[in-house]
Write a protein that binds this ligand. Structure first.
Ligand code: ZN
Length: 188
């Protein structure tokens, strides 16, 4: 119930207090503020939801990338890879091998030798239960080690073939080491 007192419209609140009836402008302003507050709350709620969605998307992307990486890693190892560090080590070893074992310091002498000895280095990958062992081998020096060992170790000096083969094997290994015939670049 509204009454007009001393030039002001008055009314009672729910708990019985007398209050001035606000002007239409004041009421409109109050409603506008309420609406704006509600809009702001909604905006921040939408933003939070988008952020959550984004986070979830990033998590999914990350997981997917991890899975792909794992698959690539498996493929990589199935293909008998040589790591960059491994390749650098191999290059250094080969360079040193050419110089010390074949007296071939440059490309020209190396190419000549490659023609003469038929090829140069070969690679050997041995899969084991814990990983892959990788070796680079100079076929020429490996053959030389066997040939020389067979010349040095005399079959007649041994009472059994088994003893002879054992001694021959030891000699071959010894000469292979001497000629630096192979290089293990990966041993895991
Ligand atoms: Zn060699």
């Amino acid at each position: 119930m509204i009454s007009f007192q001393n030039g002001r419209y008055m009314t009672y609140t729910e708990d019985g207090k007398l209050m001035e009836v606000p002007s239409i402008d004041e009421i409109c302003d109050a409603i506008k503020i309420r609406v704006r507050q509600a809009e702001e709350r909604e905006e921040s709620a939408v933003k939070a939801m988008e952020e959550l969605r984004e986070e979830k998307w990033k998590d999914n992307q990350l997981q997917q990338m991890k899975n792909e990486l794992e698959m690539l890693r498996k493929d990589y190892y199935r293909g008998f890879p040589i790591s960059e560090q491994g390749q650098n080590n191999i290059n250094n070893w080969q360079d040193n091998h050419w110089i010390t074992q074949h007296n071939a310091p440059n490309l020209e002498t190396r190419l000549n030798l490659m023609g003469a000895i038929g090829g140069s280095f070969k690679y050997e990958f041995i899969p084991t239960s814990i990983g892959i062992i990788g070796r680079c081998i100079c076929s020429s020096c490996k053959n030389k080690a066997r040939k020389n060992a067979e010349e040095i170790v005399n079959k007649n000096d041994f009472s059994s073939t088994r003893d002879y083969e054992k001694a021959l094997k030891t000699k071959i290994q010894h000469l292979e080491k001497k000629y630096d015939a192979e290089y293990t670049f990966q041993d895991i």
